[in-house]
Design a protein around this ligand. Structure first.
Ligand code: CP
Length: 312
């Protein structure tokens, strides 16, 4: 029997088991093959309607979900705060109900409030895919990160992954912690104590407040964006001080494994979390992550909308 996802919605990697995560990664490998063809389009989701609901800015996630839906021949509609009835005060639930009345098969939801996709999922029979909710989860980002690691190293199990930066506010960090630990990677978090809380140890990770020690022997060094829009209070004295103590530089990378790679979900603050000199670094997988984003989102749409078989 064909393996299937056991959930209507993709709300976070916390709720998926190891087999479901591997199923999405394996399906994304098949999607990558489609993306290598001269005509990068299959009729798998023909007749399905996908609504992109983006209430926060996005470049990578929104465009790759849109492209993924088009590659699978689905019809897409995009609604954002600007230019929609949300600006006139329409509630999130009313927005959903009205779009649902047009017979949507899936809603892709990015929202500044943690839990917004969960709330919407309880009010529609359509699949709800979390495209990043507040400080909670960003499951497709972590899936594309894991696909990129698996592509480079041939495995996730046993990899030593260091995540550096604003863990407290990061939905990317949370999703990666859930996904990577389920697949057997060893995750270490690093950053100033104010934005790397001790409580994260309960999720099965190690914590270090010294990047020069933490980077030793790591296979993957993932920088996270310093989220100036969420760092209203003084979590560290200055950007300059953050860069001095936690910035990822070429000299610090020398302490990692010889074949270590740099990753970042974007957008990058060059000169803050990653040094300018790493922009041309050959071991940077940042654009591979973006490329894999389309394949992962095709896999997610296929599996959660339950389209026809992909090899037609
Ligand atoms: N990584 C990520 O979510 O980027 P966007 O905000 O551009 O979608």
């Amino acid at each position: 029997m064909e393996k299937q996802i056991k959930h209507k919605d993709l709300l976070g990697l916390e709720y998926l088991d190891k087999d479901e995560i591997n199923l999405i990664l394996d399906t994304a490998d098949s999607m990558k093959e489609i993306l290598e063809r001269p005509i990068k389009k299959v009729p798998t989701l023909r007749g399905k309607t996908i609504v992109n609901l983006f209430f926060e800015p996005s470049t990578r996630t929104q465009s790759s979900f849109d492209l993924a839906a088009k590659r699978l021949s689905a019809d897409t509609v995009s609604v954002s705060t600007k230019g929609s009835a949300v600006q006139k005060g329409e509630t999130l639930l009313d927005t959903l109900k009205n779009l649902d009345a047009m017979k949507a098969d899936a809603f892709i939801v990015r929202h500044w409030a943690s839990g917004a996709p969960h709330f919407l999922a309880a009010h529609t029979d359509a699949a709800v895919i979390n495209a990043g909710d507040g400080m909670h989860e960003h499951p497709t980002q972590a899936l594309l990160d894991m696909l990129t690691m698996r592509q480079r190293f041939g495995r996730i199990e046993g990899l030593n992954v260091l995540i550096v930066g604003d863990i407290l506010h990061s939905r990317v960090a949370r999703s990666n912690i859930f996904g990577l630990t389920k697949l057997g990677a060893k995750v270490t978090l690093c950053g100033p104590p104010t934005i790397v809380p001790e409580e994260f140890r309960e999720l099965g990770v190690e914590i270090s407040y010294n990047i020069d020690e933490a980077i030793e022997g790591k296979d993957v060094i993932m920088g996270l964006r310093i989220q100036r829009e969420r760092l209203e209070e003084a979590y560290f004295p200055s950007i300059r001080e953050y860069r001095k103590f936690f910035g990822i530089t070429r000299s610090r990378l020398k302490k990692a494994q010889e074949n270590a790679v740099i990753m970042h979900p974007g957008p990058v603050n060059w000169g803050v979390e990653l040094d300018y000199e790493l922009q041309e670094e050959r071991d940077s997988l940042i654009l591979d992550q973006v490329t894999n984003g389309v394949a992962i989102r095709m896999a997610v749409l296929y599996l959660f909308i339950r389209g026809e078989k992909i090899h037609e």
